[in-house]
Write a protein that binds this ligand. Structure first.
Ligand SMILES: *Cc1c(COP(=O)(O)O)cnc(C)c1O
Length: 417
């Protein structure tokens, strides 16, 4: 109901921050560019909500950090430093090296580890592998995805296959699926470029997250861990480097709340350097289409800084409290019950499962559709493989838990016997 106004309030805050950072710039002799971030006085953005002006529905997000919904919302402080970054030219490779240094310091990475900011974790996967394949050989870099003269296979546990291994296939390699230790031993050959681990699939595979890098070392093959969505807990940001993974990927635009199109490739200095050589801004590279701007690089660093200084326990309590608020209201309806769970890895935040009995004649997917097409539009997902609806609250804005409670109660009551 008043989600539009609360969202406006939120964007209004961003505008105020932008205005606040605009002021000190007046100290500089150079003329400020005409387009102040806060100066959308006319044209697109004049209402404070460009989406509304475009006729695109904004949604209340009870599903989490979904890229299809825009991932996450950056903090005002990130927006402010991105606006600062937008006002200068800078050498991008120099900035990437400095960003890597800052990331290693902030995360206290092991000796010899660095990082670059990539176009999301997906970009990190592809350029990390490309770097392993080519090293700093310029003609090999230009040649990808033609693998003539390079290694051509990546080993992955069968249960670790997922849509993001398309980024491994991008450079042209073949994925070799294994399940057992014995199959791994037999799969390793002079063609093996890398051993890939999908962090969220840890429990599904026979070889676990701490053993994979040890085996990789025994076989003298570099290994990568795709941990894109795997904060919280915050310690995951350094755990996998300490376990010995050569490359680790994280999304910037998920729980870290960095720029939506940013991510991090963390790893051994040399491999991170090779990854950058296969990436934008360098031309005639496989990764040239994975551009990261100066604003995203700086914004990613600021987001990480803020994330690290956050009280994560307090946040988890608040997220749980929001769910309990919704639960208290909807369980007043006869037949409705709720339960709580936290996925072991990936989206490791409080979730609530919502089920109801035959007194309510509505399937979970019908309920989900009604909420989605309602006013305001609410997105609540399917049940993470469980019956009923499941939702989380870590991407909700203040007051939105109450809106969900009211809308969901209304829908359930309307279909009650
Ligand atoms: C989200 C995700 C990615 C991609 O991350 P982006 O930052 O959106 O590019 C890769 N792997 C897994 C497991 C993910 O959840």
């Amino acid at each position: 109901m008043n989600s539009t106004s609360s969202r406006r309030g939120f964007l209004g805050t961003l505008g105020a921050v932008a205005a606040a950072i605009a002021a000190p710039r007046k100290l500089f002799a150079t003329k400020a560019p005409a387009s102040e971030p806060s100066a959308a006085a006319a044209g697109l953005g004049q209402s404070g909500n460009p989406y509304q002006e475009l006729g695109v529905t904004t949604v209340i997000n009870g599903e989490g950090t979904m890229t299809t919904l825009g991932g996450s919302l950056i903090r005002p402080e990130v927006e402010a430093v991105m606006a600062q970054a937008a006002r200068h030219f800078v050498s991008i490779p120099e900035l990437e090296v400095a960003a890597g240094k800052r990331i290693s310091q902030m995360l206290k990475l092991p000796q010899g580890y660095s990082a670059i900011v990539t176009s999301g974790a997906a970009g990190a996967i592809q350029s990390g592998l490309a770097g392993i394949l080519t090293g700093d050989n310029e003609s090999l870099i230009k040649q990808l995805p033609d693998l003539t003269g390079m290694k051509s296979e990546v080993i992955i546990q069968k249960t670790h296959r997922n849509p993001f291994d398309h980024q491994l296939r991008g450079p042209g390699v073949k994925l070799i699926e294994i399940e057992t230790h014995e199959q791994l031993r037999r799969a390793v050959s002079e063609r093996t470029a890398m051993m890939h681990f999908t962090n969220f699939a840890n429990s599904a595979g026979q070889i676990k997250v701490d053993e994979w890098p040890k085996l990789a070392k025994q076989h003298n093959v570099p290994c990568m861990n795709d941990a894109a969505a795997d904060t919280p807990p915050v310690s995951h940001l350094w755990d996998y480097a300490n376990m010995g993974y050569d490359l680790i990927t994280f999304s910037g635009g998920k729980a870290l709340r960095g720029p939506q199109c940013a991510g991090m490739l963390i790893g051994r200095e040399e491999l991170v350097h090779y990854a950058l050589l296969n990436n934008s801004p360098y031309e005639d590279t496989l990764g040239r289409g994975q551009k990261v701007g100066k604003e995203e690089i700086v914004g990613m660093l600021k987001a990480l800084e803020l994330y690290l200084s956050e009280d994560h326990d307090a946040l988890a309590r608040e997220w749980q409290q929001r769910l309990e608020n919704i639960s208290a209201q909807i369980t007043k309806i006869p037949g409705v019950s709720t339960s709580f769970f936290i996925p072991e890895v990936a989206n490791h935040v409080p979730h609530m499962q919502i089920t109801w009995d035959a007194r309510i004649s509505l399937t979970p997917s019908q309920a989900s559709q009604i909420l989605r097409s309602g006013q305001p539009s609410i997105v609540i997902g399917g049940g993470e493989g469980r019956p009923g609806l499941a939702m989380n609250s870590f991407m909700l804005q203040p007051g939105e838990d109450q809106i969900i409670a009211e809308q969901l109660s209304k829908v359930l009551r309307q279909h009650s016997a």
